[in-house]
Every structure is written in structure tokens, then in C-alpha cells.
Design a protein around this ligand. Structure first.
Ligand SMILES: NC(=O)c1ccc[n+]([C@@H]2O[C@H](COP(=O)([O-])OP(=O)(O)OC[C@H]3O[C@@H](n4cnc5c(N)ncnc54)[C@H](O)[C@@H]3O)[C@@H](O)[C@H]2O)c1
Length: 319
């Protein structure tokens, strides 16, 4: 078994995992990479291929990713490409990795020509989520990760939405209902991905908040975490849907939960890189596919002119 972790997570959690695997009779090697997005690159994958070769790893062996989305992406990519694919397990240690990065089987590395542009689709044998791992992640990471659960709740599950609002303070402390909320979010996402064609299917609901959120993330020059920007994007897109008359009263409900999670709901004050609105993935020529929430716990998708959303954002922003 080859366990891959970054330095921060290895220091906290690798000993317990490696010891339990050795106690179970496994031969274990721990491979540690530097923390951060800089590790999600081909040169790091090449370094790991070298280590796997040194250890004589073959297709009967197992890679275990222990870490946040960076390590899960890197280790998943290495597992999918070494010897044309060897089995791997994902042990996510951030909330984002638990309910987003490890569900759906996508792996990605950054390239000099853009982020996440080299990758594979290679589901792990299992995803093992432990409260003890999640409890030590940076608080801001956890909060931003909870936005993914909020997005799934707003678009798919009104009961989960109520739970997140009601239990926000305990969720922020990673206390009692956290694993149940994450479990429900994982089931919602896995069901959604399972129902649609794995690669090319209709996943627009998962991009709720991303048309504007990614432009806010770019405008903040990455000082905002992805989840923080998506929360603001969900509010902006919902306000637009309300202005167009497609729904009513949703942005207020969303803003209340976003605030309860300790996040900003003031998207109007954000720097927004308008060129990023709708990103390439959501564009269809001059139109984009936009998911919105007609009632909490449900969603609809419309093809809308990108220019209309850009104009709305421009007019509503606080100068
Ligand atoms: N493959 C996918 O479908 C997918 C989906 C979403 C995001 N991602 C990727 O995930 C990455 C972001 O993931 P992330 O937010 O988890 O970042 P990350 O993996 O960089 O972790 C954030 C920081 O928290 C530390 N950390 C992680 N777990 C910890 C713990 N339990 N205790 C203490 N410290 C801990 C890490 O060392 C790191 O410094 C991005 O590269 C993104 O592209 C992939």
C-alpha cells in the first residue's frame, strides 16, 4: 500500500493510518508531497511514478490518497496512469474533498497553459470519510467546503437546506450533525452523477453559482476560496433569476444561510472579472446554461444570453 499525503496532513494523520495498515499485515510506504496547488503538476506525478517503481508496485497494490482535494487529485491521477491504472482509495481530509473532489472520479493536474487541464476519469474503489480527519482542517477550508453541501441542498433537497441553516453553528464546529450532512450531500451528488452520462451528461445543476462565482473568484485574484466565491455567485445568480421573474424569495433564504455559515453575502461589493462570467464550460456561443432555484430543494436550467447576466451584474454592483 502506498499512502500519499501532503506534509501538513502527514504530520497529523499518517501515523495512525500507516500503523493500522501495518497491523493488518500490509507492507506500507508513505510518500509525502509539499502542500498546495503547486503539487498538482506533472513533475510531481513523475516523482511519484519513480517512487512506485522503486517500491516495485504492481497492479495488485493499492494507492491511498490521504488529504485535501490537491492530494486526492494528484494521487488519483497517478493511480489512473501508472501501469495503465492501479486501484486506489480516497481518504479526504477536507470538507471540499469529501463532498466534491472525491465524488465523480475526476482527477486533474494543472498545466502551464491552465488549471486542471490534464486529467482522467478514474473512480476510486472507495471513499472513506472520517470525522477525526475533517476536524483538524483549517476552519476556513471547512466553511468553504460546506458551501458545496449548501448548493446541493438548495437545488435538490429542501430538508438538507433547513438542516444546514438550523445547525450552522454546530456544522462550523465540525460537531454532531456534520457527518450526516456530508453523507447526504455525497448521496445527492453521487445519485446525480449516476443518473446522467458519466462524462458528457447534464450536470448543469452542479454549476449553480459558478457562472458568476468563478468571475468573482478571478476578480479576487484567488484571495477567496472557491466555496466562498460560489456562495456569492449563488446569490448573484438568484437575484438575477428573481429580477427576470423566474422565482421569488429565494435569495433572502439563501443569504440567511450563507450568513449563518459566517460567509459574506455582499456580492455587489466584489471585484468581478466580467470576462469570466459563464466560463468556457457553461458557454454555448453567446448563450450560457444557467441553473437556478425556483423553490428551495429544486432547480431548473435555462439557456440565457450571457450579455444579459453580465449587464445585470454590472448594473447592480456597488461602485
Ligand atoms: N477532482 C474534482 O472533481 C475536484 C473537485 C473540486 C475540487 N478539486 C480540487 O481540489 C483542490 C482543492 O482542495 P482543498 O480545498 O481540499 O485544498 P488542499 O488539498 O490544498 O487542502 C487545503 C489545505 O488544508 C490542509 N489540510 C487538508 N486537510 C487537512 C486536515 N485534515 N488537517 C489539517 N490541514 C489539512 C492542506 O495541507 C492544505 O494546506 C483544488 O486543486 C481543486 O481543483 C477537484
Amino acid at each position: 500500500v502506498v499512502v500519499i499525503a501532503d506534509e501538513a496532513v502527514a504530520a497529523l494523520h499518517a501515523t495512525a493510518l500507516v500503523t493500522s495498515l501495518r497491523d493488518a499485515g500490509k507492507s506500507v510506504s508513505l510518500q509525502v508531497v509539499p502542500p498546495g496547488e503547486e503539487s498538482k503538476v506533472l513533475s510531481m506525478a513523475a516523482m511519484l511514478y519513480g517512487r512506485l517503481l522503486e517500491h516495485g508496485v504492481d497492479r495488485h497494490d493499492l494507492i491511498v490518497a490521504l488529504g485535501g482535494g490537491v492530494v486526492c487529485d494528484l494521487a488519483g491521477f497517478v493511480a489512473s496512469t501508472f501501469l495503465r491504472g492501479i486501484p486506489h482509495l480516497q481518504v479526504p481530509t477536507t470538507t471540499l474533498a469529501a463532498i466534491d473532489a472525491t465524488i465523480g472520479g475526476k482527477t486533474a493536474l494543472h498545466a502551464p497553459f491552465g488549471k486542471n487541464l490534464i486529467g482522467t476519469t478514474y473512480p476510486p474503489k472507495a471513499v472513506l470519510i472520517a470525522g477525526t480527519h475533517l476536524a483538524s482542517q483549517p476552519r476556513r477550508e471547512h466553511t468553504a467546503g460546506l458551501v458545496e453541501a449548501l448548493k446541493l441542498a438548495a437545488t435538490l433537497d429542501a430538508t438538507l437546506f433547513d438542516t444546514i441553516g438550523r445547525e450552522a453553528s454546530r456544522l462550523l464546529a465540525c460537531a454532531e450533525p456534520t457527518l450526516n450532512v456530508l453523507r447526504r450531500a455525497v448521496v445527492l451528488k453521487a445519485d446525480l452523477l449516476g443518473r446522467h452520462d458519466f462524462v458528457a451528461g447534464e450536470r448543469t445543476v452542479l454549476s449553480f453559482g459558478h457562472c458568476v462565482g468563478e468571475a468573482i473568484e478571478a476578480g479576487a485574484e484567488h484571495r477567496l476560496l472557491h466555496g466562498e466565491a460560489v456562495a456569492l455567485g449563488m446569490l448573484a445568480e438568484t437575484e438575477w433569476a428573481e429580477a427576470e421573474g423566474w422565482c421569488a424569495g429565494i435569495s433572502g433564504a439563501l443569504a440567511t444561510v450563507v450568513r449563518a455559515l459566517g460567509l459574506s453575502n455582499d456580492w455587489r461589493a466584489c471585484a468581478i472579472d466580467e470576462r469570466g462570467i459563464g466560463g468556457e464550460a457553461k458557454r454555448r456561443g453567446s448563450n450560457l446554461r444557467l441553473a437556478y432555484v425556483p423553490r428551495i430543494g429544486s432547480h431548473e436550467v435555462r439557456t440565457v444570453p450571457a450579455a444579459a447576466l453580465i449587464e445585470f451584474v454590472r448594473r447592480r454592483r456597488t461602485p
